[in-house]
Design a protein around this ligand. Structure first.
Ligand code: 4AD
Ligand code: MG
Length: 477
């Protein structure tokens, strides 16, 4: 017998004699109506139980959370909001769920509570919609690169290098943590480690992606990355997924074009394929907005915001222009933007970024040509000798979504930079080789996948767009 999904049945043209469906009971009303969900769609299918013909013991076991198998006739529904329902002829309880203890009751739960039940939270509409969108965006990302001639490469998780030079790495060790071998000076002897050297979980696959771009031309990675930065914010995770394309013979302008086209493409994909989930999340947000004072409410709905990004050009602004804008804007403590910057050269704080995208330009902004001193060692130095060909893409409501650059392809300039920053040449000998043998202009960027999912779903906390979040003091699942 063919197994059906709810999504499939609700899309049917005609009623069917007999169907079988398996899923979890969302609710059971009046000993008669089961709302059944199987994850295939936001919608439940209504299953009508003939309680006179069903024994009491079975009826008692139809509880919220229980897994059931239902067979019956698919008929046109009299009820509002759905075309079909199932007239149950046979119900089998596959897995009981104690209604007293089941955490996901048929009522509104706070996101904090659901985070503590991350293993069950996708049994709610909000989290199932978010995770379906996450899946759909992942697919759209691979689709985009595949259709545009990129190779998907897998970069190592365990590395010896610190790609970002920020020192925020999780150490990997094969040593006995209680009794590590020590050198004479009392420091840990990493030569006795599993790898014979210090290693860490990767912060970015960029350096290895550069190696592949310099032979395969156009590549991308999409994998987990790890940062031991102790920032307990709604936009930082210790383990997050990053998409990193890297392209040979492409300069910074090409990099901006690629990032913009790519983001527009994946967002259009979900507009086209995930309408139901987007509409649900949009409604959730509208309800949330209603609890806010008028002045703080957003003037666009979720879907309007996504369409806006798809349909409008990102604004491209140099760091120097941005500083001028910030300098000429008056601080406004009331609106929580305190954006005076005194000096060219300072790193932009999130309130500056928010001011630029949310108040000044009111659209995604690509900031480029940052001061060399506040950016990573591998970025291409400009002719002015003080800025690098870096770009950050800032999004309304999110802040930094993308960080990228044209890479320094000149061996002597790269070596001088590494020397100034005390980066060991021997550690990156292979990276320097890429500049010795057939070096060329190349560029790439990293997109924080969870930040994209936040934008696409309107979720306000990054912990709510990844299945099992890792943050400081929290790896509970
Ligand atoms: O700006 P970042 O640090 O850039 C890089 O790692 C480059 N190597 C990328 C490249 O050029 N291939 O990180 C890129 C993006 C950020 O813009 C942000 O969206 C995301 O990764 N990100 C984080 N997302 C969640 N939690 C964190 N702790 C993040 N740190 C960065
Ligand atoms: Mg960055």
């Amino acid at each position: 017998m063919k197994m059906h999904t709810v999504a499939e049945l609700l899309k049917k043209e005609n009623a069917l004699q007999e169907v079988t469906i398996k899923g979890w009971v969302r609710s059971f009303r009046s000993k008669r109506f089961i709302a059944l969900n199987d994850g295939s769609t936001l919608n439940n299918i209504q299953c009508v139980v003939n309680f006179e013909e069903t024994d009491d013991a079975t009826l008692k076991r139809i509880t919220t959370g229980a897994a059931v198998s239902i067979t019956g006739e698919l008929t046109e529904s009299q009820g509002q909001g759905q075309n079909f329902e199932i007239q149950v002829s046979k119900i089998e309880i596959l897995g009981d769920s104690d209604p007293e203890n089941y955490p996901i009751q048929p009522k509104k739960h706070s996101f904090e509570f659901l985070r503590e039940n991350a293993h069950l939270r996708t049994r709610t509409n909000t989290f199932s919609a978010v995770m379906r969108l996450r899946s759909s965006l992942s697919f759209a990302i691979h689709k985009y690169f595949n259709e545009n001639g990129f190779y998907y490469m897998h970069t190592p998780i365990i590395t010896g290098s610190d790609a970002e030079g920020a020192g925020e790495m999780f150490r990997v060790t094969g040593l006995d943590p209680k009794n590590p071998p020590l050198k004479e000076d009392g420091n840990v002897d990493y030569s006795k480690d599993f790898f014979g050297k210090e290693t860490n979980l990767t912060v970015s696959g960029q350096l290895e992606a550069e190696a592949y771009a310099m032979s395969l031309g156009k590549v991308y990675t999409f994998g987990p990355t790890f940062r031991a930065e102790n920032s307990n914010t709604s936009r930082h995770l210790a383990e997050f997924w990053m998409i990193e394309p890297e392209v040979a013979f492409m300069d910074l302008a090409g990099n901006m074009d690629l990032a913009e086209a790519f983001m527009k493409s994946v967002l259009s994909y979900i507009l086209e394929h995930n309408q139901e989930d987007l509409e649900f999340l949009e409604k959730r947000l509208l309800d949330e907005e209603k609890t806010k004072p008028q002045a703080e409410r957003s003037d666009m709905s979720l879907i309007e915001k996504i369409k806006f990004v798809v349909d409008n050009n990102f604004k491209r602004v140099s760091y120097t222009e941005a500083i001028d804008i910030l300098k000429n804007s008056k601080p406004n403590k009331k609106k929580k933007f305190n954006y005076i910057i005194e000096e060219w050269g300072a790193d932009l704080q999130s309130e500056h970024e928010r001011f630029l995208v949310e108040k000044h330009f009111k659209c995604p902004v690509i900031l480029f040509d940052y001061p060399a001193d506040i950016k990573a060692f591998y970025m291409r130095l400009n002719e002015d000798g003080k800025t690098v060909r870096a770009m950050d893409i800032l999004f309304p409501g999110i802040g930094e979504m993308v960080g990228g650059s044209q890479r320094e392809e000149r061996l002597d300039v790269l070596k001088a930079k590494m020397k100034a920053l005390n980066i060991d040449e021997e550690e990156l000998w292979w990276y320097l080789d890429l500049r010795k043998y057939g070096t060329a202009v190349h560029s790439g960027f990293g997109l924080g996948f969870e930040r994209l999912v936040m934008f696409a779903t309107g979720m306000g906390n990054i912990r709510d767009v990844i299945p099992f979040p890792r943050t400081p003091q929290n790896a509970d699942f």
